[in-house]
Design a binder for this molecule. Structure first.
Ligand SMILES: [Zn+2]
Length: 283
């Protein structure tokens, strides 16, 4: 049995729904990676692929429930002003720049009239096709085509490194170079960023310094892997997201959207804390 699903669907979601005020102003930011039926090893919690049919079911669910998408840049503007984006609004985000976004996700998003933000590791996006983790990525031509069709693009570094393990000069280079490359290729400003790998929330010194670097280098927000929904007045340089994959049947998907998954932030933070004690390293 999958514990996080059972607790979310049968305990925390009903509890959340019993107190609607607790959801007031909360904005779900969905986190997708690949849209593919490729099988993955490991527990359901860590999987990152969402099958095209499952993705379509999830998008149809949003449509039927009256959800509309809000562009990330607009959501950040509102959250910064402590304003609620309104009920039944959702941000859809994708990491890693895979080609299956272009071939599988985009047509489905278009079908339902939804928009999304894709975060690119720019070192894997080329004039010619490149791959990241053995999966084909988009080319700049495809990125430009999607941008014209209303998809937002943000930075996900150049090489998709574990930033917390790098020296500071290299961290800043990853932030600066990816943004510069994207702005050159797209001819537009790039202000959104998604943190690659697990966000080092147990390392407040790094988190603060990293947030300062993002501000200095012209970014207006940072999406993380911390689990939960965003709220007006949240620090927009460490926004929580809701991870989604093929295992999100409609009940779990709904529980996540309505706050039934927010409880996971606490055990997630505790695990990270324990891990950080056991892997302390000099920086
Ligand atoms: Zn990534």
């Amino acid at each position: 049995m999958r514990l996080d699903r059972a607790l979310s669907v049968y305990v925390f979601h009903p509890a959340q729904r019993a107190v609607p005020a607790r959801s007031h102003g909360a904005l779900p930011i969905l986190m997708y990676h690949g849209i593919s039926d490729e099988s993955e090893r490991g527990s359901a919690y860590y999987k990152v692929n969402t099958g095209p049919a499952v993705f379509e079911r999830q998008m149809r669910f949003l449509k039927e429930r009256g959800y509309s998408t809000i562009a990330l840049s607009e959501a950040v503007r509102l959250l910064n002003r402590r304003e609620s984006p309104g009920p039944r609004r959702v941000v859809i985000s994708f990491d890693d720049g895979y080609r299956n976004f272009y071939t599988h996700a985009f047509p489905i998003l278009q079908k339902f009239g939804f928009t999304a933000t894709m975060f690119l590791p720019t070192g894997y996006i080329g004039e010619n096709r490149a791959s990241f983790k053995g999966i084909e990525c988009m080319t700049w031509d495809e990125v430009r085509e999607l941008r014209k069709a209303g998809i937002e693009f943000g930075s996900h570094t150049v090489t998709h490194p574990k930033l917390v393990e790098m020296n500071w000069v290299d961290v800043e280079r990853e932030l600066r170079e990816s943004r510069r490359e994207m702005e050159t290729q797209l001819g537009a400003r790039v202000t959104t960023f998604a943190y690659p790998f697990a966000f080092p929330q147990a390392d407040p010194l790094f988190v603060r310094k990293f947030g300062d670097a993002l501000v200095e280098l012209g970014y207006r927000c940072c999406l993380t892997t911390e689990v939960g929904r965003a709220r007006p007045g949240d620090d927009v340089y460490r926004l929580k997201r809701l991870p989604v994959n093929s295992h999100d049947d409609v009940n779990l998907f709904r529980a996540k959207l309505e706050g039934g998954y927010d409880w996971l932030a606490l055990p997630q933070a505790m695990v990270k804390r324990v891990k950080s004690f056991s892997t302390q390293r000099p920086r």
